[in-house]
Design a protein around this ligand. Structure first.
Ligand code: SF4
Ligand code: SF4
Length: 156
């Protein structure tokens, strides 16, 4: 399976020894496992702050590859899409899934053994059942008021 994220030419095991704010742009991008979970719509309880994940996906998410259909120009279509950087990461950690490499490294955990940087193939993310492959619904097929019918659990 071809990996659309370039994980070649990076410093060996950089995720174990380079602080996140000192990673190169390519290393930072390579941390993403391509699961697609951050592209699912969420519902936040205004009283408790609890975030529930739904299987209703952003309109640009490809439900088979779990990739953004227009990553480089996505903000033209989805201006609210988060730009994850070392600076913005702390603001978003609370809703990122526990499997997310950015969240894991931020919290001092290592990468899981199915991560493409460990296995050398993006297929392992799907094989491990971590990705959203095959079970999302595009947001243009569900009214926002019905998203709660598609809650799949807590975001984190
Ligand atoms: S949840 Fe994290 S690892 Fe998964 S696609 Fe989003 S940024 Fe990448
Ligand atoms: S615009 Fe792309 S990266 Fe952003 S949430 Fe939608 S599918 Fe994901």
């Amino acid at each position: 399976m071809t990996d659309v994220i370039n994980r070649k030419g990076l410093r060996k095991n950089f995720w174990q020894r380079v602080p996140m704010d000192q990673m190169s742009d390519a290393e930072w991008e390579a941390l993403c496992d391509g699961c697609g979970r951050c592209c699912l719509n969420k519902l936040e309880d205004p009283d408790t702050g609890q975030v529930a994940l739904t299987r209703v996906a952003c309109r640009l998410l490809d439900g088979d590859t779990c990739r953004c259909g227009q990553y480089d120009i996505r903000h033209q279509f989805v201006p609210e899409c988060i730009r994850m950087t070392p600076k913005t990461l702390p603001l978003h950690v609370y809703w990122l899934p526990g499997t997310c490499a950015y969240k894991r490294l931020h919290e001092g955990d290592g990468l899981p053994d199915w991560h493409p940087l460990i296995t050398g193939t993006p297929q392992t993310v799907h094989d491990a059942g971590i990705s959203v492959q095959g079970w999302t619904i595009p947001e243009f097929e569900v009214d926002e008021e019905d998203w709660e019918d598609h809650i799949i659990g807590d975001a984190s």
